[in-house]
Design a protein around this ligand. Structure first.
Ligand code: GRF
Length: 218
């Protein structure tokens, strides 16, 4: 059973989707802790409702990054729960080298666009303003760049003529709620191998087969 730490700054609908998949028995993972940089973020409330340890970490004086004392605190909390994967779910800060080095190739993020198009904030609005006909969501490993790490999986969403930023974001989120549990399922099964910029999905191991040498299989 893969233990995961979830970091978020907002309403936590992706956390809810991960918990639902775990409850349904389709995701062999357990959320061990939830951490937020926003004291009253609903993601913390969702965790508390489920008796999952929920932590607010004050990230001042930084506005957009997780650095310094706050970064150390986040690393300490994650380590104390012995987690194998760090899941960013609407976490609105850039993670820096301390966290990346503490959990190498063990931090993933979900982005509301088909990367490398529209990195950064309000990607659904960027897509609408640009005029693309197809957008979507991307689950990727986190590296030091902004939404630049190796892509694990993507799901597409058509842009409709009468879309507003809100309607498009809502349809992208429906796909996120499928994509994130699916990506975590593949990692939990040790089926994702990183090769340079690419990730490869390894075939399913038959019951009783060896999972050695696959990241995520331990
Ligand atoms: C999602 O749209 C995700 O792609 C982006 O932040 C949003 C988080 O939503 N990174 P929620 O808090 O999981 O509902």
């Amino acid at each position: 059973m893969l233990k995961i730490a979830v970091l978020g700054s907002g309403k936590g609908s992706n956390l809810a989707a991960i918990l639902e998949a775990a409850d349904a028995g389709t995701l062999p993972a357990a959320v061990a802790c939830v951490i937020s940089d926003v004291e009253d973020a609903y993601i913390l409330e969702r965790a508390r409702q489920r008796n999952i340890p929920a932590y607010y970490v004050d990230c001042a004086p930084f506005k957009t990054k997780l650095d310094g004392r706050a970064e150390e605190e986040v690393i300490r909390i994650i380590r104390s729960h012995d987690t194998g994967l760090v899941v960013l779910a609407g976490f609105m800060r850039m993670v820096k080298s301390g966290l990346l080095e503490a959990f190498p190739q063990r931090i993933i993020n979900i982005h509301p666009a088909l990367l490398p198009s529209f990195p950064g904030l309000e990607a659904w609005k960027q897509a609408l303003d640009y005029g693309v006909k197809v957008t979507g969501c991307t689950v990727h490993f986190v590296d030091a760049g902004m939404d630049t790490g190796p892509i694990i999986l993507q799901r597409s969403v058509p842009v409709l003529d009468d879309d507003t930023p809100a309607t498009l974001h809502a349809r992208i989120q429906e796909q996120e709620h499928i994509a994130y549990p699916e990506a975590i399922r593949l990692i939990a099964a040790g089926r994702i191998r990183i090769e340079g910029r690419r990730t490869l999905v390894l075939p399913e191991v038959p019951a009783g087969g060896s999972k050695k040498s696959r990241p995520g299989a331990d």
